[in-house]
Design a protein. Structure first.
Length: 264
């Protein structure tokens, strides 16, 4: 990242990965605008930061709310970092997904990123937009079809916007972080569902601190995309390249995850 720290906006920062990223950006000298749909959680995170912080409620489904946050952040100083982290996780066979789950997943995971990016580039002159996506955005993930689709769309949008910023000669980098399953409340809430088995096929579940460290490494690099761990990204991508093989191999892999899946 460049120059003086400036203002950083983090969505979904009331807990988990967002709260961790807020702490890391605060340690780097940013005035952090902590946002969350849960206003009390945002305030708790902001109050715990050592540096200057401002808490604001934000429902990422609302584009006008994003613009209000962006304008408030710009009043505090130069906005140099914007992190679109807010997300939801649901798992189910496609035919069992409810209308509410499908709508919320797309509105929060995809449109939330789109609205956040649009608000960010409206007020930023330079700096970094970081979108916390998911390993599931790199290839088909049975049991997480709507979640994976929402993340794939967010990843595609991030990459296109990054290129557009370069073509427009605007010094704003749009980065995407794609972690494997992370030990958060979102994961724990679905771990009792058999459809979540693929989330547990890695050697272990990532810790929040590992993802925060990956986010800071990405912001400090020239890279646009970072996958945690990298080898899982290559494995996930093969499912798109070899869909016929994936149709037969995925159930085998899922059985590994089923054995590792914590059952409450």
């Amino acid at each position: 990242m460049s120059g003086h720290a400036g203002v950083a906006v983090v969505t979904g920062a009331g807990r988990g990965i967002g709260a961790g990223i807020a702490r890391a950006l605060s340690a780097r000298g940013h005035h952090v605008v902590v946002t969350d749909v849960d206003a009390d959680a945002a305030r708790t995170t902001a109050d715990a930061l050592d540096g200057p912080a401002t808490a604001m409620p934000l429902d990422v489904r609302d584009p006008s709310a994003h613009r209000a946050v962006a304008l408030a952040a710009a009043d505090l100083g130069e906005v140099t970092v914007w992190v679109n982290n807010a997300g939801v996780l649901s798992t189910a066979p496609v035919w069992e997904s409810t209308d509410a789950e499908v709508t919320a997943t797309i509105e929060i995971n995809t449109l939330g990123v789109v609205h956040g990016c649009r608000a960010a580039v409206d007020v930023m002159r330079r700096g970094d937009v970081l979108n916390v996506v998911s390993l599931s955005g790199l290839g088909p993930t049975p049991g997480l079809a709507i979640y994976g689709a929402s993340k794939a769309a967010a990843l595609s949008y991030s990459q296109a916007l990054h290129i557009e910023m370069g073509a427009a000669r605007r010094p704003i980098r749009v980065r995407a972080l794609c972690p494997d399953a992370v030990s958060t409340d979102l994961l724990h809430a679905v771990s009792d569902r058999p459809s979540s088995a693929l989330l547990f096929t890695g050697p272990r579940v990532l810790g929040v601190d590992e993802v925060v460290e990956g986010a800071m490494d990405l912001l400090s690099s020239r890279r646009q995309l970072k996958v945690l761990p990298a080898w899982r990204g290559w494995l996930t991508r093969t499912q798109s390249v070899l869909p016929a093989a994936a149709r037969y191999l995925t159930p085998v892999v899922a059985r590994v995850g089923e054995r590792r899946r914590p059952v409450r």
